[in-house]
Design a protein. Sequence first.
Length: 366
Amino acid sequence: MRAEAVESHDAPVLADGAVTLRPHIREDLDRMVELAADQEMLRWTPIPAPYGRSAAERFAFDYAPRCWVDGTRMVWAVEFAGRFVGTVDITGEGVLTHLSFDLHPDARGWGVMTRAVALALDHAFGEGGKQVVRWTSRAGNIDSLRVAHACGFRLDAAIPDGVELRGETHEAWVGSIRAGDPRTPRTTWHATTFETERFRLRPLLATDDERIRETLDDPVSRRYLFERPSPLTLAEASGERIRKWWTAARGDTCTWAVAGLDDDLYLGDITLLGIDEVTGAEAGFYTHPDARGSGVLGETFPAAVRHAFDVLGLRRLTLFAADSNKGSKALAESAGLRWFGTQPLAARSDGVLEDLVGYQLLREDA
């Protein structure tokens, strides 16, 4: 998808047949104000609040044109289906620049911003003469992460206190793309959904956070889960989910929330860690306290093992359990994993060192 330049006296107009990047016009102003008032916009970006029509006019007809004149920032309105739907800009006078974008709520979910960013990158690396474009987002902004991933950004790092919003620091997700890099995803983001007889396995959602907190803070879970604050706060449970979103996008992990078919209530999760084409992945899991004894993992973990081989294409799975964790060992065996070794005193349970038992299964043996 390459940018097609159209004559303009202001910002260059770029189009791909569905999305157009162009200068702002007066018809954009009301929708600019609507976008600025969107709660997601306020949560993830430093947009001033309140933001009225006069502020939109200053941005569209003073600030943005001056940025093009002085070469500090390339700012476009995004048009889709004949109307303003957002803004994309690339900031920086030198060869290293920074990407930002925002999208009106009624245009989300259509792939609009991915196309808009691709057009902007074409111009930046072509006529703009830029060499590197960086992307930074507050951690947890999964929509922004999806755009960066789809456009081929390298997902470089999650940085504590890496971004400031409204006087507070937050963890940041940071990525980059260079001129000449492919504009396709660099990693496989495993985010599949499938069902068993009674349960649905799906990606984690923000609405799962309180149930995640209850699961990780439970005394039975704490016996075998390490390095978790006590007591665990809702913000820390949210951080657990956000970390799993990031590592999944990088292709390192895959996590499924196990949920009820009827109510989609979080009952636990299953994670594949350290995904690698040679060594495969390590499986881990935990269950919400009120779901124990109902056969949640007994039904879903073997299905997840089959899915890992048949759909994700992994060649090997491992699982490690403290020797005293009889439930995890039995679950490994019920899913077909076989014992392959024991590491003496390599696990800590309730503060006591004990043996760590290893299980594995190869795809050809499943």
